[in-house]
Design a protein. Structure first.
Length: 595
């Protein structure tokens, strides 16, 4: 008998068994003891440290890291499930303070390792097995590392500085509610519920949803902008002024182990291919029967299909699409669900959007979605489960090396979405739904590639403007100008979108994160094309990329798969796949729009 899946909150019992705080207190006490033991080893650090002693020290450090991730993730995931709970807010703040103090006590090892001479570092890395890339990547930051007292001050400052501001932003914006009149009835909605109407077939409802979204964010725009300005100044003060990175984005690029030149090649390829999306938007305007799309319309359905997918059906679709590619992948998805690590409900106070968190290799990841039954909700579920599968395939690596690097982190997630879309197109009997899915595929490609690339370009501009004293209104004007450049004459952009940037959590949470989405999807387009051409022969190579996790550099992992990320032709190849998808849509006779 087939299982019936119901929406539910997640359980955090696999992280901390009880909810009375005693286990968290015990974890902190154990951490304090383990850190004290490690501190006692400081006098043994020397250039001639033996390989055996070095590996013993790393093992102890990993054990500390492994234990610390339990209370850390418990606090973070608890807060995400209910951002308005004051006890959870306090628990999150306490966790950050405690773990920062403990991290500062361990800082001496990282600083010693970065300062070690190259010959001895190479000797120790040669004996370090799975830890090697983690150690190598740490030494990349040697030119940007401060003294031990300075590093400790920076860490402590972040707890009550940038981290506190991000926490405030989340608490502030996740309490927002939005009002929208639907069928004569005024509804009070969360952001996730409101944005269902961004894809509604009624153009007036689409416009009203966006106008309400940016009315609420715009009312607080100057306050949210102050938070952003403070975070930008903090980022520059640390990364450029103190650590001497050449530009604000360079700090993120080094963390991703991607050369600045590769990121610029990617962004330039996106800028040069903006016309592809202009072409798509003009095609969509014709299907919608309008002369020109408004920004409200870019995610509009081309068919009046209100089909929804019950949650149980969505889970079955994800399991089926992953299992058809490889039965083992479906089994990993099922682990997440069976362990009650999926929070799929829509609740006030719950963090919006979707994410996957993988605290430890031995634990099934936790996945958060706000499932409302739309086709793109099914795709989001596939996307986040792809992240989970990625982490689980790499669980044989250490705590330090199982997480994929950011540029490759979207590989399994976007590949999983494409598996789902192919299955949906093959099984859906309604031609209008199939057509809508094809258009949504390009909608999502726009949202993942061009939108994110222009976000990154805006971030670079905003960081410079704020450094030079720009006001919130000046940054908002620059954002609106960037939007209009992005859409050209293919889409009309109205003035309220000038406040869109204060509604983008990534700008606040992880500066310059966003280009990883464009990197990931263009990579996946290339990989998926290989899959269609090679079939079964492709699968081992793809699974090898995922199973590598973060155990090697992105460049070496991709080179091993026959991909040169420094070559502009690689990025153009992803756009060529997109060009083919748009051509496929252009070949559909317009007369069938009414079918």
């Amino acid at each position: 008998m087939a299982e019936t899946y119901q929406q539910s909150p997640w359980s955090l019992a696999d992280l901390i068994p009880g909810a009375d705080g005693l286990e968290v207190k015990i974890a902190y006490e154990m951490l304090d003891s383990q850190v004290a033991e490690f501190e006692a080893l400081r006098s043994q650090l020397s250039p001639d440290l033996s390989e055996e002693k070095f590996l013993e020290m790393i093992g102890k450090l990993e054990a500390i890291n492994r234990l610390s991730r339990r209370p850390a993730s418990y606090a973070q995931l608890g807060f995400a499930a209910n951002t308005q709970d004051q006890a959870l807010q306090a628990q999150l703040a306490e966790m950050r303070q405690r773990l920062t103090v403990l991290h500062n006590r361990l800082l001496f090892f990282e600083l010693w390792w970065k300062e070690l001479d190259d010959a001895n570092a190479q000797r120790l890395m040669a004996a370090s097995g799975d830890y090697r890339y983690w150690l190598e990547e740490m030494r990349h930051f040697k030119p940007h590392t401060l003294t031990e007292p300075e590093e400790k001050i920076v860490n402590l400052k972040n707890v009550t500085g940038s981290a506190a501001i991000v926490n405030l932003y989340d608490s502030f914006t996740n309490r927002y509610t939005f009002k929208l009149t639907v069928d004569g009835e005024e509804k009070e909605l969360t952001r996730g519920e409101l944005m269902v109407y961004a894809r509604h077939h009624d153009p007036n409802l689409r416009a009203a949803a966006y106008q309400e979204l940016y009315r609420v964010y715009g009312n607080d725009g100057p306050i949210l902008a102050q938070m952003y300005q403070a975070l930008v100044r903090d980022w520059r003060n640390e990364q450029v002024e103190l650590r001497h990175f050449p530009t604000p984005i360079s700090a993120r690029n080094l963390e991703n182990d991607i050369p600045d030149s590769v990121v610029e090649t990617l962004l330039e390829a996106c800028r040069q291919n903006a016309g592809l999306f202009h072409r798509f938007f003009r095609l969509k305007a014709r299907w919608l029967g309008v002369e020109r799309l408004r920004r409200y319309d870019i995610y509009a359905p081309v068919a009046k299909s209100d089909k929804t997918f019950p949650f149980g059906q969505a889970v079955d679709m994800v399991l089926g699409s992953f299992g058809e590619f490889d039965p083992g992948l479906a089994g990993l998805v099922k682990q997440v669900i069976d362990r009650q690590h999926l929070d799929s409900e829509v609740r006030k106070g719950k963090q919006g959007g979707a994410f996957c968190s993988s605290p430890l290799p031995e634990l099934s990841p936790w996945v958060l979605v706000n499932y409302q039954g739309r086709a793109d909700d099914v795709a989001t579920l596939a996307h986040e489960m792809g992240h989970a599968v990625h982490a689980m395939l790499a669980r044989h690596h250490s705590v330090f090396t199982f997480h994929s690097s950011l540029p490759l982190a979207e590989t399994a997630s976007t590949f999983g979405e494409m598996l789902l879309i192919d299955r949906l197109l093959a099984s859906e009997p309604d031609e209008a739904v199939r057509r809508d899915v094809l258009f949504r595929q390009i909608d999502d490609a726009y949202a993942t590639i061009m939108r994110q690339a222009y976000f990154a370009m805006f971030e670079k501009q905003a960081h410079e403007m704020i450094h030079n004293g720009a006001s919130a209104n000046e940054v908002a004007d620059a954002y609106l100008k960037s939007l209009r450049e992005q859409f050209g004459d293919a889409v009309e952009v109205s003035d309220e979108f000038r406040w869109e940037w204060v509604s983008i959590p990534h700008f606040y949470h992880v500066p310059f994160y966003v280009y990883a989405y464009a990197f990931g999807l263009l990579l996946v387009f290339s990989l998926y094309q290989q899959y269609r051409l090679e079939g079964e022969a492709f699968k081992p190579r793809y699974l090898k990329i995922l199973s590598a996790g973060g155990s090697d550099s992105p460049e070496r992992i991709l080179t091993d798969a026959g991909i040169d990320m420094r070559d502009p032709a690689f990025w153009q190849g992803g756009f060529d796949v997109l060009d083919g998808l748009i051509s496929r849509l252009e070949a559909i006779p317009m007369a069938r729009a009414a079918s």
